[in-house]
Ligand binder design. Structure first.
Ligand code: FAD
Ligand code: NAP
Length: 337
């Protein structure tokens, strides 16, 4: 491990924003984490980066930036129905999904091709195509910086919600997640009702449904409509989908007949933020080096050497326009640094 100084973070965030880290240290061994985080000779202001696919860097980072590259997948136990896998937090999420599929273990196949690391998955309880990581997470182990000890949170302790968890609230900035234990199913229950999965499976002429086929369908859909960060910088959905009361929804529907919605409980509905943004005319727009993706209005993109400030300003413009047109306050999903 070598401490580096004034390192560009351009290659370590999927937006491709060029800011520097005052000090930079890749971490490859989980068991070095306690020693590192208690080392008083290292800067105490610390930032953890995994794949850098859910952050917007608006300034140079002072202090120490730790790049999580820890590896390891361990089969903890199994019975007739399930396997329990202990996975190091620096493992690449999509590689874990593919590893599970190769072994015939179900539960995370709908989450194929989500960028980033395993350790960041519990942070925002990653979700896609009707499945959330919380459904497969048994527990999360982390080094608690203040308590100077490892803590293990079971699924309930993590307080998972829609793109949310305790790691974004009470434990924000306080822990380094080192391992996640997943409970995967030997007997799959397929989730194909969501979005375009069924249509894609038909298109693929799949005769027998399998977790491999579902993952491939998800990969095909995602590749066709989401910008590849290697080609055009972005951090996925910039905003969360807002949830409002059915009463507010009925009022909105009077003025905006076409407004789509998804019932989440008896009295709450989720609205696709991408639709709201598109209605405000932002889809495909350009502001300096940044803009909104042509195919998905929820994704802000780096069109030409943009800065974090420029992206932030566009997100602010979108927030205010959606607020005044629909009376809805969007919430940013991406972590702003
Ligand atoms: P980073 O961006 O590196 O970090 C995100 C936050 O987590 C930071 O606050 C960081 O400090 C913290 N963090 C990271 N690792 C640790 C750790 N070990 N311990 C403590 N804190 C940590 N998200 C979805 O939910 N569903 C999707 O379908 C989806 N699709 C995407 C598509 C694209 C093209 C892109 C670019 C992003 C997408 N995302 C999606 C968002 C993103 O991929 C996820 O949020 C992912 O989990 C972020 O992982 P990361 O390792 O890149 O996190
Ligand atoms: P999509 O399928 O075009 O759907 C648009 C929105 O409608 C999604 O945000 C989704 O909400 C919601 N939706 C669609 N079908 C639904 C259903 N049957 N029940 C409930 N809600 C439904 O979306 P997309 O942009 O192509 O993304 C597909 C999936 O990948 C979504 O689950 C999305 O969340 C996920 N994704 C996430 C990110 C990220 O950065 N967070 C980036 C890209 C894609 P939900 O978002 O709540 O699912």
């Amino acid at each position: 491990m070598q401490l580096q100084k004034n390192i560009s973070l351009k290659d370590y965030n999927t937006f491709g924003i060029d800011v520097t880290a005052e000090y930079f240290l890749p971490v490859t061994e989980s068991n070095h984490i306690p020693e590192l985080l208690t080392d008083s000779s290292l800067p105490q202001e610390q930032h953890i980066i995994g794949g850098g696919s859910n952050i917007l860097l608006t300034k140079n980072l002072s202090g120490l930036t730790l790049l999580n590259q820890t590896k390891g997948i361990e089969l903890l136990k199994e019975d007739n129905d399930y396997v329990w896998l202990k996975v190091a937090s620096g493992e690449v999420w999509h590689e874990l999904v593919m590893y599970a599929i190769e072994h015939g273990w179900a539960g995370i196949e709908n989450l194929a091709l989500i960028p980033g690391t395993v350790g960041a998955a519990p942070m925002q309880n990653i979700g896609a195509y009707g499945v959330e990581a919380k459904e497969a997470i048994e527990s999360v182990t982390a080094w608690h910086k203040e308590q100077q000890e490892f803590i293990t949170l079971n699924n309930n302790d993590c307080r998972f919600g829609y793109r949310d968890s305790i790691f974004k609230h009470d434990l924000k900035g306080k822990v380094f997640i080192t391992h996640v234990v997943f409970k995967l199913n030997k007997q799959p229950s397929f989730h194909t009702e969501y979005g375009a999965i069924k249509a894609e499976l038909e298109q693929m002429h799949v005769d027998e449904l399998s977790i491999k086929a579902i993952a491939q369908a998800v990969i095909n859909i995602r590749s066709s409509k989401l910008p590849d960060p290697k080609v055009i910088g972005n951090a996925g959905s910039f905003f969360k989908n807002p949830t409002i009361s059915t009463t507010q929804y009925e009022q909105l529907k009077q003025e905006h007949e076409q407004i789509p919605s998804y019932l989440v409980s008896d009295d709450m509905v989720k609205l696709p933020a991408g639709w709201l943004i598109e209605q405000c005319g932002f889809k495909g727009c350009t502001r300096g080096g940044t803009g909104v993706h042509e195919k998905q209005a929820l994704v802000l993109v780096n069109k030409n050497n943009t800065t974090g400030k420029e992206v932030w300003n566009l997100s602010e413009e979108i927030l205010q326009t959606v607020q005044s047109k629909f009376g809805i306050t969007l919430e940013r999903e991406v972590q702003i640094w």
